[in-house]
Design a protein around this ligand. Structure first.
Ligand code: PHE
Length: 339
């Protein structure tokens, strides 16, 4: 019996393996439930009492050796496969490089800036936390003017003079205060309104507003600029202007583009009319020019403003405004190919 164990010890010492499978069958053969070691331990009772001590010691040696062998061989294989990871097959194609994508709001914002900068507009920016003067009063919306209700406002710390801007028209006031005409500028930026969040509306969204001031600017100039914009942006060349009201422009209008009625979606988004409202516009009210120290007897101008989300929803047929802010990669990934 002792001879048998000594022989097995020799076998274990001599064993080597290069694959995980070989090691596993070695482990099962020696250390498994029905393996050699369990068999030998079961025979312990048949061994003559005086031989038991040596036999037991030999058995323990065999067991330890077998266990060490398994661990050692496993370690060796692991080290080898790690080295292979670094120096292995050099012709293997590498992992794909994941390209990021621009956010659709940025894509559309950049596109709008691009379209207007081609006809001489510069980009201007201003603070998101505004004072009452730049957001309302200078824009012909004095305190208690009922039109203030059109834009529900977030105020900062109960101070009615400091607020989150409700439109980027505030940037245009700042621009007029600091620049002499001729003025051609667009103001992209984030705006805030105290509105319930739904598929169509959000309390934080983005706008681009435009301002053009020079001598002899007419409504025809405005119309031509809007036509140029809709052609470049949407590839659509039919627009209409509907009379509207804004405190800072007179006359004011709402701009609709003819979207068409070719598909079922066209029917849905235009409510069966084919027309879509895309922005507000008008001739700058003389009071606004006066407030910014520009002489309305000499200068006139036009202004327009649009929501970037709305334009992006139309361009990419996005059904819900909330998708812009959820940052779901499955949504964002779809804009990979657009710069
Ligand atoms: N400021 C207006 C708004 O936020 C948009 C607008 C800008 C309308 C300029 C007319 C002229 O709704």
């Amino acid at each position: 019996m002792l001879d048998k164990v000594t022989k097995l010890i020799g076998e274990v010492n001599a064993f080597s393996a290069t694959t995980k499978d070989e090691i596993e069958s070695f482990r099962i053969k020696f250390l498994g439930k029905k393996g050699i070691l369990n068999d030998l331990f079961a025979e312990f009772k048949n061994v003559a009492p005086k031989e038991r001590k040596d036999f037991g010691a030999a058995l323990n040696t065999l067991k330890n050796l077998a266990q060490e062998k398994v661990t050692h061989l496993k370690d060796l294989i692991e080290i080898k496969s790690e080295q292979k990871g670094i120096y292995g097959d050099l012709t293997r194609p590498s992992d794909p490089v994941e390209l990021g994508s621009r956010h659709p709001i940025s894509i559309v914002r950049n596109k709008i800036i691009d379209v207007f900068s081609r006809i001489g507009f510069t980009v201007s920016e201003g603070p998101e936390i505004e004072d009452d003067w730049h957001n309302f009063t200078a824009l012909n919306l004095p305190e208690y003017h009922p039109a203030r209700d059109m834009q529900d406002t977030f105020f900062i710390e109960k101070n009615p003079d400091i607020l989150l801007r409700t439109h980027t028209s505030s940037v245009q006031v700042r621009y007029m205060e600091n620049h002499k005409p001729p003025i051609r500028t667009i103001s992209p930026g984030r705006v805030f309104r105290n509105e319930d969040i739904s598929a169509r509306a959000h309390c934080i969204f983005h706008q681009v507003e435009g301002l053009y001031i020079d001598t002899d600017v007419s409504f025809a100039d405005l119309k031509q600029t809007l036509l140029y914009f809709t052609k470049e942006m949407f590839g659509k060349s039919k627009i209409r202007l509907r009379p509207s009201y804004f405190p800072f422009t007179e006359p004011s209008a709402e701009v609709d583009i003819y979207w068409g009625l070719e598909t079922e979606t066209d029917y849905k988004i235009t409510k069966g009319t084919g027309w879509l409202e895309i922005m507000g516009c008008g001739m700058v009210d003389p009071n606004v020019l006066k407030n910014a120290n520009i002489d309305p007897e000499v200068y006139s101008g036009y202004a327009f403003g649009m929501g970037i989300e709305r334009i992006a929803m139309l361009l990419y047929q996005i059904p819900d405004i909330r998708m812009f802010y959820e940052n779901d990669v499955r949504f964002l990934e779809q804009f990979k190919s657009i710069l």
